[in-house]
Design a protein around this ligand. Sequence first.
Ligand code: PLP
Length: 362
Amino acid sequence: MTRLTRADLEGLPAYVPGRSLADLTRELGIAEAIKLASNEVPYGPLPGVIEAVTETMRQSHRYPDMGVVALRDALAARYGVAADRIVTGCGSVALAETLAKATCLPGDEIVHSWRSFEAYPIISAGVGATSVRVPNTAGHGHDLAAMADAVTDRTRLVIVCNPNNPTGTAVHKAELDRFLAAVPSDVLVVLDEAYRELVTDPDVPDAIDTYADRANVVVLRTMSKAWGLAGLRMGYLVAQPAVAAAIRKVLTPFSTSLVAQAAALAALQQEDEVKRRCALVVAERDRVTEALRKLNVEVPESQANFVWLPLGDKAAPFGASCEGRGVIVRPFQPDGVRVTIGTAEENDAFLAAAEIALEQLG
Ligand SMILES: Cc1ncc(COP(=O)(O)O)c(C=O)c1O
């Protein structure tokens, strides 16, 4: 242990990214692998993105526009909200960190469900806040009534991940209405909608349309998933102007890079292609869910671009067995395994590997 850094970070689990082909090559000598571990969409950059980024590189010795004016205007027009309500950042995970910075002092509490996005406890610890983890329901979804009950005088932030990573489950409008009515008006509620574009259940509300006008709601979105910009890092949030202004005060300066701004503007021109790609993912999501259920895995209905296999402590050996067959999935020992939906071919390879792994594990 070193006295140079905070002692309380000792016990904090590090963020575990999905494993890469390089990891498999090094450890197993495997030269080719299918990566279904990080919830990326498998179809490559959207048309026009590479050209926009390449053109922007001519100015890469200059700082980006810190106000992100053109991109915020484009997002504002897209969602029909004022541009001063939008804040962009280096991925939505950085914005979640900034939200914690803007709301919490050491000893405050951040309420979120568990299992949920593994960054939430890390973000809480980063500002010295306590991460209050409310167990999911038996169906692997948020227990919103229990989350509302978990709010105390110390709670400054409540995060609802809808759809939830890693279980894919989504909460409906009626439940969310009740939950938002129960949370005190001086507690900020973040609706993290990283996978919104993949939602097909009409009862799952679009939080920008439905809740963003409430004073204590912030909607978090990303361009990493459906918009294919994971490697360029661009996320955004919609909040009330006063909340957005406070968030901007603690935002890392220039954290939406020149290339991220240009790529996001180009991607936003490709809405039809995004919809086409999302429809492909959704069709494959339904096919993979069905196939896994036939293998007796109780896969909950997913509204995202991944499925959840609640395998308990078989999660790690299942992941290792799939890796041995060149398919990288994401085990969360001892709860289950998250598998990203890939192309039809990739999904077939995963299903073949899954069948063998389940047989081996009994
Ligand atoms: C629920 C959720 N929120 C936020 C993020 C972060 O996305 P990014 O930082 O790439 O925008 C992810 C990424 O996996 C996620 O699953």
